[in-house]
Design a protein around this ligand. Structure first.
Ligand SMILES: NC(=O)c1ccc[n+]([C@@H]2O[C@H](COP(=O)([O-])OP(=O)(O)OC[C@H]3O[C@@H](n4cnc5c(N)ncnc54)[C@H](OP(=O)(O)O)[C@@H]3O)[C@@H](O)[C@H]2O)c1
Length: 332
């Protein structure tokens, strides 16, 4: 397929050190080597993409660059036996969209070890309603379940609840019978969170304890934290005996000031979550849960579809912490 030209969002660094995004023509020949060439039909917007698009060197080292850590589409060529042209597939994480041109372009070329066959019972579009954010929410919940956290044990806190990871965590947990308390800084989105199945909504200010006490009244059986910082530190202090928290993000802060007391007096656990390099057997298990027993009925309520041209505006919103729900990018 020589010289095949396709549209992609390209982030460029300007002479005065700004990062600007525009939709440009790219050629398939410019893509890196890899076994599988995929025609991308859908991508989705994640916080890491917003960082890549704004010049964060911890995410992307070289510009010009096409972000997009998620892609779903159709295999066009595969030089290994793993996939055939026409196969429907998903790629999330690994190096996609970081230093490998990502899903904000109509073609990607990647190693076959990164590629997941689209599960039955999930469309390409639905897979991107979840994307990395949904995958991370599901992985977090799987970790809680593996530690025997069940609905009978009490309330689960989800922080950054209107965000991508948060809103899918609220939805899966409530679908699975848990009582979810959703923490959010968006006072006008209470009804959105209750509609997703949250039992109650906690304001951001209430979720951060300024007292300096090492332990607070025990409340949570578990937590899915997406923000880090004082909100996670407060959740740790407020977790009941034997409770489990997962931690995946740092939009509030990468710092975590805590003492050992919640761990050694209440036997609580804090589990770190990484979706990018999640091993393939676990990855397949998570997608199976997402497309099976945890499938969310109200996906359309939490996802907005946009085109490549509309991405820059959404990236800006995300960097301001103002994004709500999931953003699907339609590349067709
Ligand atoms: N470890 C992994 O594998 C992995 C995978 C995916 C994402 N992540 C990380 O998880 C985090 C969330 O990702 P996302 O895709 O859900 O992002 P997102 O859609 O932008 O959601 C983040 C949410 O956090 C809340 N928030 C924003 N700024 C805040 C602040 N200063 N203090 C407290 N809360 C704040 C907001 O929700 P409210 O307004 O409702 O409070 C916001 O919508 C990011 O740090 C991301 O990098 C990690």
């Amino acid at each position: 397929m020589p010289h095949k030209i396709f549209k992609a969002l390209v982030v460029q660094q300007t002479a005065d050190n700004r990062f600007i995004s525009s939709v440009l023509d790219k050629s398939v020949e410019e893509l890196p080597p890899g076994e599988v060439l995929i025609r991308v039909l859908y991508s989705s917007l994640n916080y890491k993409d917003a960082l890549s698009a704004s010049g964060n060197r911890g995410v992307t080292k070289k510009y010009p660059h096409t972000p997009g850590i998620d892609a779903s589409g159709i295999v066009e060529e595969c030089i290994s036996k793993d996939f055939l042209p026409g196969d429907k597939v998903i790629v999330t994480g690994y190096d996609l969209g970081m230093n490998t041109p990502g899903g904000f372009g109509r073609y990607i070329r990647v190693p076959s070890e990164w590629v997941v066959r689209l599960p039955e019972n999930l469309s390409l579009r639905e897979s991107m309603s979840y994307g990395t954010a949904g995958f991370t929410a599901a992985l977090s919940i799987l970790k809680l379940r593996e530690q025997n956290i069940t609905p009978e044990q009490g309330e689960i806190l989800v922080t950054g609840a209107t965000g991508g990871v948060g809103c899918i965590a609220v939805s899966i947990l409530s679908t699975s019978g848990f009582e979810v308390v959703a923490e959010s800084g968006k006072k006008d989105q209470k009804q959105f969170l209750l509609d997703l199945g949250a039992k109650a909504v906690l304001d951001r200010e209430e979720a951060s304890d300024p007292s300096g006490k090492p332990l607070l009244k025990p409340r949570w059986a578990g937590a899915v934290d997406t923000v880090g910082g004082d909100i996670l530190a407060t959740a740790i202090k407020s977790t009941k005996y034997g409770g489990v928290l997962t931690c995946c993000g740092n939009v509030a802060s990468p710092e975590l000031h805590t003492t050992v007391f919640p761990f050694i007096l209440r036997g609580i656990s804090l589990i770190g979550i990484d979706s990018a390099n999640c091993p393939m057997p676990l990855r397949l298990k998570v997608w199976q849960k997402i497309s099976g027993e945890w499938k969310i009925e109200h996906l359309d309520r939490l996802a907005t579809e946009i085109s490549l041209d509309e991405l820059s505006k959404q990236i800006h919103l995300m960097l301001q912490g103002e994004q709500k729900g999931r953003v699907i990018v339609n590349l067709q």
